[in-house]
Write a protein that binds this ligand. Structure first.
Ligand SMILES: [Zn+2]
Length: 288
């Protein structure tokens, strides 16, 4: 747990997935990235899928950032991506804090790629049957530009968006849209950073204030290995923009002492940075 004002923060591993190592590291050769990754015989690297849980006990606000792959998978898809999703991970983490899923007040959707937010919806009755919102009482924060893109993706990235994960959100009336490049704070203790390199209008929450802040890096810096400026994903729609956004994020980390929280690192929830913008190094891992 990491304490900011007013939130307690926890990085919860809700499952794992394996994605092609070449796709995860773009033009970086395998001889470099296979030294720092768990690679299987199909060239796929192991990634955790993490939910950042933020709890403000005074205001009874319980925020989930991303919800993992969820359970709505065919046997063939599970096999292709080696999807392991633990439906009890988030309830168990909340339970350890004396909370339940019914207490979730807000869900932050960084973006709608299936490995980040398949867990927003679920098949409650029978596999392949009716899809329902998993947190129907929570406000679901998403950037409007990203919502529009996810509903009309490009040829390059359309395989990353599964409409079964999010189509019912609009019908359920749970969406709260964030607008513009510099959106205002949604509530006390949170501000937004918006990026466009990985996918249009990815939404990154920054929790806390002063010198105790945590920025959820989303898929701009998915793992500790991606801290190197040039190590960007082939999935990115604008990789040069991703590099500029990494520089902007690292500057914030240095100037404000902000902790960087990863969505996919298999071992580490977050880090504090040292070094320079061009050559960031980890000064310490942060137990989240
Ligand atoms: Zn993504």
């Amino acid at each position: 747990m990491f304490k900011t004002d007013p939130f307690e923060l926890y990085s919860v591993v809700n499952g794992t997935i394996r994605l092609d190592g070449g796709a995860m590291f773009g033009v970086v050769p395998k001889v470099l990235w296979d030294k720092v990754c768990d690679v299987d015989g199909l060239n796929r690297i192991l990634l955790a899928t993490r939910t950042l849980v933020a709890v403000d006990r005074a205001s009874r606000r319980v925020v989930l950032v991303d919800t993992g792959c969820g359970r709505k998978w065919s046997v063939e898809e599970v096999d292709r991506f080696c999807v392991h999703y633990d439906p009890e991970a988030i309830p168990a983490a909340l339970g350890s804090m004396g909370l339940s899923e019914a207490d979730v007040t807000d869900v932050v959707i960084t973006h709608l790629h299936f490995d980040h937010n398949g867990g927003l919806t679920d098949w409650f009755d029978d596999p392949g049957g009716r899809t329902e919102v998993r947190y129907p009482r929570a406000r679901h924060w998403i950037h409007r530009g990203h919502w529009e893109h996810a509903n009309d993706p490009s040829t390059k990235d359309k395989a990353s968006f599964l409409s079964r994960d999010f189509a019912v959100l609009a019908e359920a009336g749970v969406l709260s849209f964030v607008e513009g490049a510099l959106p205002g704070a949604p509530f006390e203790g949170v501000e937004w950073f918006v990026s466009n390199g990985h996918t249009p209008c990815q939404l990154h929450p920054i929790f806390g204030s002063g010198s105790k802040r945590v920025l959820f890096a989303g898929d701009i810096v998915p793992t500790m290995a991606h801290l190197r400026l040039g190590w960007v994903m082939a999935y990115d729609v604008e990789p040069l923009v991703t590099i500029c956004e990494k520089e902007a994020i690292y500057r914030r980390c240095y100037e404000e002492g902000t902790v960087l929280a990863f969505p996919h690192d298999a071992k580490v929830g977050g880090v504090q940075l040292d070094g320079t913008v061009a050559r960031p190094v980890v000064s310490k891992t942060v137990p989240l």
